[in-house]
Ligand binder design. Structure first.
Ligand code: NDP
Ligand code: GUE
Ligand code: MG
Length: 286
């Protein structure tokens, strides 16, 4: 058996066609959405992700606001840039690229973002609204995972899902999306304290691998026919590697490749969050 590929690039292209039409409609009303990025330091990986986000903006007609800051910036200087974007009417939404250099307080920076401009959906107010079942800006990578599963008709209702990793961008929030009544999955969240990771993965109908450990999920750990989403990224001497070993595709029913799977959708939903916010503002101003 060879797994069906959950094609993130083709799915991203579909989303971009929709977003471009919606941006054109906003522009006809005199509104151009703007995405801001705050990048601190010169980590080449982070710089490359940020470049990708601005290239995506150009494709759908969203304005880009880049704030590239030196690695030794102080917390107060970083917060002044956040305050500027909060006040800037050209900026519909923005992100602070993570991780920040160690001397900076990530949580304090995230909390200072205006929740209405939180394009990542990672502000405590938005995560809290998600927990309460209220309307919120949703985190981009979890949205991408759910969208990809639906796009390829992978059953979610009643499915057993094992998530590997409890990080804030994906592992922690994805269970919140998948256990909503509209998704109705049963979710197990694993981390380095999990006693028998192989057993937890083996009983899953859907595996979300978000640990950032190259090749962590091997074929013997996967139930035949399961859907496996490879989210984690590691920089190795052989280049970028995902969390899922190559031979998993011989066992799985569905697999999202890495690259070419969830990554492009993370970026697509970042833009989607910005367009949705601009549409809300347009509706409020009539
Ligand atoms: N493709 C995409 O679109 C995106 C990819 N990513 C990638 O996804 C990965 C996760 O991101 P993020 O959540 O921010 O990362 P974090 O580093 O915050 O979280 C990693 C998590 O994985 C867990 N973990 C590490 N090793 C193991 C192991 N051997 N067994 C079980 N659990 C393990 C850690 O457990 P513990 O808490 O116990 O330490 C931690 O909870 C990263 O590689 C990141 O680059 C992130 C966002 C988007
Ligand atoms: N505030 C914040 N929000 C994030 O969403 C965030 C972050 N910080 N820090 C880092 C992680 C990582 N992340 C990725 C986004 C896109 C790809 C992506 O598009 N990858 C392509 C390959 C890109 C390439 O080859 O360089 C792919 O998978 O096909 C990957 C990883 C977002 N993150
Ligand atoms: Mg971190």
């Amino acid at each position: 058996m060879t797994a069906t590929i959950l094609d993130g690039k083709a799915t991203r292209d579909e989303i971009f066609i929709d977003l471009k039409a919606r941006v054109d409609a906003l522009k006809a009303k005199g509104i151009t959405p703007g995405l801001g990025t705050v990048l601190v330091g010169d980590d080449p990986g982070s710089a490359s992700y940020v470049r990708g986000k601005h290239a995506d903006c150009a494709k759908v007609g969203i304005n880009s606001l880049r704030r590239d800051l030196p690695a030794d910036i102080s917390q107060a200087e970083l917060e002044a840039v956040i305050d500027e974007l909060n006040a800037n009417p050209e900026c519909t939404g923005y992100i602070v690229q993570l991780p920040l250099p160690k001397h900076l307080d990530e949580n304090a920076a995230l909390e200072r973002i205006d929740p209405d401009k939180d394009a990542d959906g990672l502000h405590p107010v938005n995560l809290g609204r998600l927990v309460l079942g209220k309307e919120a800006t949703l985190p981009c990578t979890p949205r991408g995972v759910v969208h990809l599963l639906r796009r390829y008709d992978v059953p979610i209702d009643g499915a057993r899902v094992t998530v590997v990793g409890r990080g804030v961008t994906i592992g922690r929030p994805i269970g919140l999306l998948l256990t909503r009544r509209s998704e109705n999955a049963t979710v197990t969240l694993c981390h380095t304290g999990t006693k028998d990771l192989a057993a937890e993965v083996r009983r899953a109908d859907i595996v979300v691998a978000a640990a950032g450990v190259a090749g962590l999920i091997t074929a013997d750990m996967v139930k035949p026919g399961a859907a496996v989403l490879d989210v984690g990224v590691s920089r190795t001497p052989d280049g970028l590697r995902g969390d899922v070993a190559d031979d998993v595709r011989e066992v799985a029913g569905f697999i999202s490749p890495n690259p070419g799977g969830v990554g492009p959708l993370t970026r697509a939903f970042l833009l989607s969050n910005v367009v949705e916010r601009a549409e809300q503002l347009a509706a409020e101003s009539v």
